[in-house]
Write a protein that binds this ligand. Structure first.
Ligand code: AVJ
Ligand code: FE
Length: 444
């Protein structure tokens, strides 16, 4: 279990704030001023914008809202307001220089740690369980993942280095799919102190039995779809997906290129053969959806994904993580940019869910079939712009986190969302199918 109490809450917040900042600095200290201020893709901000935006959000939320202080640079709020300036316009703004952004981030952090030391950690929704500090950490970690995606889009030689993940254990006896039996489970949470508004409230959801892939779909499996003419066969695509493929001409995951008979991929400034046993990534929702139909299957709904990731049939309860209640270790999941690629399919048996599925957290985000909406009883907190303004049919839900996701922004209830055309994110998928009536009483 998790130790409670104000001292533990503050220690957890402090450690998470420091870990997130180490990563932020690692992603920005490795590039010179020109590279930090350049726009590597119109989809992304210049890295120096992310750096100062992280500092500005901490200025707003930890110094002003939580600390009741005047804050350091309120005059910068408009420059670093994501809603005021689309990403493509950000390089033209009079942004802080990299040096000034670093100084701003350090100065805000110094005061934020004073606020943390003096803060109550209960008594109000903003402070209960250290929520506002957890929110700030998760915000920084999400931008760290966005910055990692910017690194993947930049041209030029590699500047990030990390060891490769270990090989998968022997997977010859691993079943291709696992059964999640029919019945109710608790979806969402009322009790996780760092859960964001869109993960709340908890409710009971009743699902029919279904089968789910034991691991994310691999590059080798996805290549079969390509080789089978999957991209040009209209049977596999929704009308919107078909239209998207025709308009963009996509015919393989982003960053892939065929040379002779081999598929190569560019990864953080290096080119390598596509590893067959790794989860496929940099595919959009339309590609994931088409692959699933080609395979005679479908994407899981968001509710199915969450049930597979946390329902414990032995107790009838939902877990914070597939493996239980303790936070992730490297044995459980490939998270936090310790590696710069997903682990091979079948890795992390210690992180398996009760149903037997592996790698639900970490490695690659997983597209689900669901639109991003508020749960029944949703209440925006502490601000509408975090999630509520994105609710609706334009965004699809992704679950599980990637190798680039910080551990504080990853749990069985965490919800991510994006447009169905997006491919620069570290997203793959796994597939599902309905279980037949004779299978509903089988125990997984
Ligand atoms: C939840 C990843 C979609 O990056 O747009 C960052 C997170 N919100 N700053 C995003 C976020 C405000 C968000 N995603
Ligand atoms: Fe942000």
């Amino acid at each position: 279990g998790r130790p409670a109490g104000p001292r533990h809450v503050k220690e957890r917040a402090l450690a998470a704030l420091e870990a997130a900042r180490r990563r932020t600095l690692a992603l920005t200290d490795c590039l010179d001023e020109d590279e930090l201020t350049a726009q590597h893709s119109p989809l992304m901000s210049p890295l120096v914008w992310d750096l100062a935006h992280i500092a500005n959000q901490e200025d707003i939320w930890l110094l002003r809202e939580a600390g009741g202080r005047p804050g350091l640079r309120p005059e910068l709020d408009h420059l670093y307001d994501a809603f005021r300036h689309p990403r493509a316009d950000r390089p033209q703004l009079p942004l802080l220089s990299p040096e000034a952004a670093r100084r701003y981030a350090a100065a805000v952090r110094e005061q934020a740690l004073d606020v943390l030391a003096a803060a109550p950690v209960d008594g109000s929704p903003l402070f209960d369980g250290g929520f506002v500090f957890g929110m700030s950490v998760q915000h920084e970690q999400q931008h760290d993942e966005t910055m990692l995606a910017t690194h993947q889009l930049r041209k030029g030689p590699a500047v990030l280095h990390a060891p490769a993940p270990g090989p998968a254990p022997d997977t010859t006896t691993l079943p291709r799919e696992v059964l999640v039996t029919e019945g109710p489970f608790t979806m969402g949470t009322d009790t996780d102190p760092w859960a964001l508004d869109n993960e709340r409230p908890a409710r009971t959801v009743h699902l029919p039995a279904f089968w789910l892939d034991t691991t994310p779909v691999t590059n080798a499996a996805y290549q079969e779809f390509i080789d089978d003419g999957g991209y040009t066969d209209p049977r596999w695509w929704t009308p919107a997906g078909r239209e998207h493929v025709e308009r963009t001409g996509i015919s393989a995951p982003l960053f892939w290129r065929r040379e002779g008979g081999t598929w190569l991929r560019r990864r953080f400034g290096r080119t390598e053969a596509v590893p067959p046993d790794e989860p496929v990534m940099h595919v959009c929702w339309y590609e994931a959806d088409a692959y699933a139909r080609w395979a005679g299957r479908r994407l899981p709904t968001e509710a199915e994904w969450e049930k597979a990731a946390r329902h414990d049939p032995a107790t009838g309860r939902s877990r914070p993580y597939p493996w239980g209640t303790d936070g992730p270790t490297p044995a459980h999941a490939n998270l936090g940019q310790r590696h710069l690629q997903p682990s091979p399919a079948g890795s992390h048996p210690a992180g398996a869910a009760p149903c037997g599925a592996r790698q639900l957290l970490g490695d690659v985000w997983e597209w689900t079939s669901s639109d991003f909406t508020g749960y029944p009883g949703f209440a925006a907190f502490p601000y509408r712009e975090y999630s509520e303004v994105f609710f609706g049919p334009d965004h699809k839900v992704l679950r599980g986190g990637s190798f680039g996701t910080g551990p504080a922004a990853c749990r069985s209830t965490f919800r991510n969302w994006d447009y169905p055309i997006r491919r620069q994110i570290f997203a793959g998928f796994r597939t599902a199918r309905d279980a037949g009536p004779s299978e509903t009483r089988t125990t997984a």
